[in-house]
Write a protein that binds this ligand. Structure first.
Ligand code: GDD
Ligand code: MN
Length: 385
């Protein structure tokens, strides 16, 4: 049971509690639950928390990204009956990491835990996690799927493979020393989280890796194994692409945030675009006997269109444009790329003027073009709301 009491003026004889501002009855543990379409799971989880955390003052903050299935309505209902329950309904935003960060920062217990809404994580581990934090043995406790005693029921083969690979890269590349840095189940001291919060990325799902990497090995960490169960209701929102996201964070951290995965993907799509352009040019010339200028223009339009589609599906998949916004985005993308082409040719010409080495001038122009397109696409086409 938690040792909390109100700090009174006249009881100086008693030893000071660790968190003197803690009032009687205020929570020792804030549980943060990111949700997206978890309507059928939230009430079950709430009940399980109540059982698992009996005897410990706790609260739970659900952070829902405006789920179409109305998860937030269900949480509101729970909150009306129990003041320990709160709901943050985020509108116009998506992302597991961002949701966790917001939930943690919106709560105030000295210890915070993050857990999935779908009962895949084992909430009965929470008291043990809090104990490890309270005793000072750990500042971070990770529920780990990969250490001894590890067994998974709810993980498909493909994802397990991608996940193991990305974990290995993170462990070697960033010298991250925990078995399961992709885990979405962990608890930590609020104080430590608040220190690291400004460095954390709100994109993607890899909040734990981000926390550990940002702490540069200065976070006392204990791992506890648990059984990753099967999902109760609904479906997973994460796919094999999460491994890509994860590698992106590793890349960014390794290069001290100089190179982002987005930029790498954007560059890859651009390179592929060159092939698409040449193929379209060839078809227009040979199959349709188009004059060169028209064939070249056709190639450019086909390449820009395919680049746009690929970027929308891959590079900016977290901000994917849908419906009519696609058309608007495509037109903006054409504009951005056209100016990019001018910038490309301009730079190439001036380099060539200075130093008539064709490949150097060509590469300088291309680099200018891709940097321009990337910067402007982020500003105008896949603009953050
Ligand atoms: N607010 C919010 N916004 N919540 C989200 C979002 C989002 O964009 N995407 C997913 N969630 C919520 C889900 O509703 C769920 O409660 C939790 O985050 C995890 O999502 P799942 O869809 O259940 O992920 P999973 O079980 O396939 O993934 C597991 O492995 C990941 C690492 O590989 C989980 O353990 C994750 O926590 C873990 O990061
Ligand atoms: Mn899950």
């Amino acid at each position: 049971m938690a040792k909390i009491r109100m700090a009174k003026m006249n009881d100086a004889i008693e030893p000071a509690t660790e968190y003197p501002l803690q009032a009687v009855g205020s929570p020792v543990l804030s549980v943060v639950v990111p949700t997206f379409n978890e309507r059928d799971n939230v009430a079950v989880l709430y009940q399980r928390l109540e059982t698992a955390l009996a005897g410990l003052p706790w609260e739970v903050v659900f952070v829902d990204d405006d789920s179409p299935d109305g998860t937030w309505e269900v949480v509101r209902g729970l909150a009306q009956q129990d003041r320990r329950v709160r709901c943050i309904r985020r509108v116009g935003r998506r992302g597991l990491s961002g949701a966790c960060i917001e939930g943690i920062l919106a709560s105030s217990a000295p210890y915070v835990a993050v857990i999935d809404a779908d009962m895949q994580h084992d909430e009965t581990q929470l008291p043990k996690m809090v104990e490890l934090l309270r005793s000072g043995q750990a500042e971070l406790v990770v529920g780990s799927r990969y250490i001894e005693g590890y067994r998974t029921e709810g993980f498909n083969k493909q994802r397990a493979g991608a996940s193991a690979f990305a974990t290995e890269i993170a462990r070697r590349g960033l010298r991250i020393d925990i078995a399961d840095p992709m885990s979405g189940f962990f608890a930590m001291r609020r104080e430590r989280f608040e220190q690291l919060a400004p460095q954390l990325s709100t994109q993607g799902f890899k909040i734990l890796l981000d926390v550990v990497a940002s702490a540069h090995g200065r976070l006392r960490t204990v791992e506890i194994p648990y059984t990753f169960g099967a999902r109760q209701h609904g479906e997973s929102k994460l796919d094999s692409m999460v491994a890509l996201d994860f590698l992106g964070l590793v890349l960014a951290k390794l290069t001290h945030d100089v190179i982002s995965l987005r930029f790498v993907l954007f560059g890859m799509v651009g390179s592929l675009g060159l092939l698409v352009h040449l193929a379209a040019l060839y078809i227009a010339l040979k199959l349709f006997h188009a004059p060169f200028a028209e064939a070249q223009a056709t190639g450019a339009i086909v390449a820009m269109t395919s680049n746009f589609i690929l970027n929308n599906f891959l590079t900016y998949r977290d901000q994917r444009l849908k419906g009519l916004a696609i058309l608007r985005g495509l037109i903006l993308f054409y504009l951005v790329c056209s100016v990019g082409l001018l910038a490309n040719v301009g730079v190439a010409f001036s380099v060539y003027d200075h130093e008539p080495i064709w490949w150097l001038a060509g590469a300088a122009g291309a680099l200018m073009g891709v940097v321009w397109n990337y910067a402007m696409s982020g500003l105008f086409v896949w603009r953050k709301r």
